[in-house]
Design a protein around this ligand. Structure first.
Ligand code: SAH
Length: 418
């Protein structure tokens, strides 16, 4: 580098950014581009499941093939996230010709723009360039992040750190190697809704095993040497995949790694956290649980619906709707729930919503009871639909609402309307 880079904040809202590549680097880069409002075109023959999920949700466009020069038509910026240097150089050449800045994951020296190490706090964005040394940039960024969070520097040598940790820790083989697992709730979607403790553990992790629903921006800030395991990417059916996840947690911890199992919302609310805790405990791996802000309460709140309200509801019930009410596999007494007056919060309930609402009405819940659906709560893509119990299923499908979404039934739905 002959000259210093010139720092800029790019305002990408609505502007085309092309990402070439659909692997791990692209998976880490895309969330920040979407957060900046960029109109992202992803060019790659194959995608990771995390990227696929964003494509399915309509957050970005995907050209399922190799790069062609026309892909840069109308682009303001291109991010090359492939490691084939010849293919990457070909993209660079087209970008240069068209005077489009080009970030190269494979070769910083050949790039015309560098992505800084970033930390965000509310409206403040701190971006650090390390003069060609990404590690220096990360460590300066980490120091600034710690200052911003105004918390004492952590002591790497001393797990566990609190009496609450000690209480849930089990001791055993991994205890002697320093390996351990933390089951951390990431909150419902807004990256600022992780707990301070969850965040601290995330910054200390050697390995992060993340669910599809965890906020992408949290992963965006991981050090590049952190091993990121995308749990949604594990093949096989759901039960075998869970065994694989348990095994990864145990193996890494026994190898002395600090492992964070990052889960959407709260780890124990329909999150299979209990199974992971048991697997670790059986293997003698010390394990800590860090509760998270659950979507079952946060999604209604984000839509202006309090799950309880004085004089309106003195109870709320959280129930999974993933099994149809008439299925022999159902563990839910829908007939009994229909008799409650309070708030009913249904997770994973969109698919079976018609059957659920009919069952509730058939067993006595008034058809006119206010109901709402909150999709992708606390994220930039949040959608809220208000309706009544008898109409909410049809209204949700007419509005093309999709998972993840929470359904709220009860008079609290209108309680804060003025
Ligand atoms: N442990 C999670 C729930 C896991 S089950 C928690 O405590 O939040 C997954 C279901 O959670 C989704 O199908 C949806 O019903 C709900 N969910 C998770 N995140 C959501 C969000 N941001 N907005 C709306 N619903 C969400």
């Amino acid at each position: 580098m002959s000259a210093n880079p010139y720092p800029l904040g790019l305002l990408l809202d609505g502007r085309r950014v092309v990402v070439v590549g659909g692997g791990a680097v692209a998976t880490r880069r895309v969330p920040a581009l979407l957060d900046a409002g960029a109109d992202v075109l992803l060019v790659a023959p194959e995608l990771t499941p995390a990227l696929q999920a964003r494509v399915d949700a309509g957050r970005l466009r995907w050209a399922p093939r190799r790069f062609v020069p026309e892909d840069l038509d109308g682009a303001w910026l291109v991010q090359v996230a492939i490691d084939d240097p010849i293919a990457a150089a070909a993209v660079s050449a087209v970008a240069d010709e068209r005077r489009i800045f080009c970030v190269r994951a494979d070769d910083r020296a050949a790039a015309t723009a560098w992505t800084p190490a970033v930390t965000r706090q509310g409206p403040v964005t701190v971006a650090v360039l390390g003069g060609g040394d990404p590690r220096r940039a990360m460590s300066v960024r980490d120091a600034i992040r710690d200052l911003l969070a105004a918390r004492p520097a952590f002591d790497e040598s001393a797990p566990p750190r609190s009496r609450a940790d000690a209480a849930t820790d089990t001791t055993g083989a991994a205890g002697t190697t320093g390996g351990r697992v933390a089951l951390v709730g990431s909150g419902p979607g807004d990256p600022e809704l992780i707990t301070v403790k969850g965040w601290r553990l995330l910054t200390e992790a050697d390995v992060v095993v993340a669910d599809r629903l965890v906020p992408g921006l949290l992963l965006d800030e991981l050090r590049p040497d952190v091993e990121l395991v995308d749990a949604s990417k594990i093949p096989y059916g759901p039960s075998r995949a869970q065994e694989e996840i348990n095994q990864i947690l145990v193996d890494r911890a026994l190898a002395g790694k600090v492992v964070v199992r990052l889960k959407g919302g709260d780890p124990y609310v329909f999150g299979r956290g209990g199974e992971e805790l048991l697997a670790c405990a059986e293997a003698g791996v010390p394990v800590t649980v860090v509760p998270g802000v659950t979507s079952s309460i946060a999604a209604p709140a984000a839509a202006g619906i309090p799950v309880t309200h004085r004089g309106v509801a003195h109870e709320f019930t959280v129930v999974s709707g993933h099994v149809a009410p008439d299925s022999p596999a159902s563990l839910v007494r829908w007939d009994a729930l229909a008799g409650l007056r309070g708030t009913l919060v249904i997770l994973m309930g969109l698919k079976n919503l018609a059957a659920i609402t009919e069952t509730l009405i058939a067993h006595g819940r008034p058809p006119g009871t206010p109901a709402a659906v909150v999709q992708e709560a606390t994220t930039g893509a949040q959608r809220v639909l208000r309706s009544t119990l008898d109409a909410v299923a049809a209204d949700a499908s007419a509005a093309d609402l999709r998972p993840p979404a929470v359904v709220v039934v009860g008079d609290v739905v209108g309680a804060l309307d003025v």
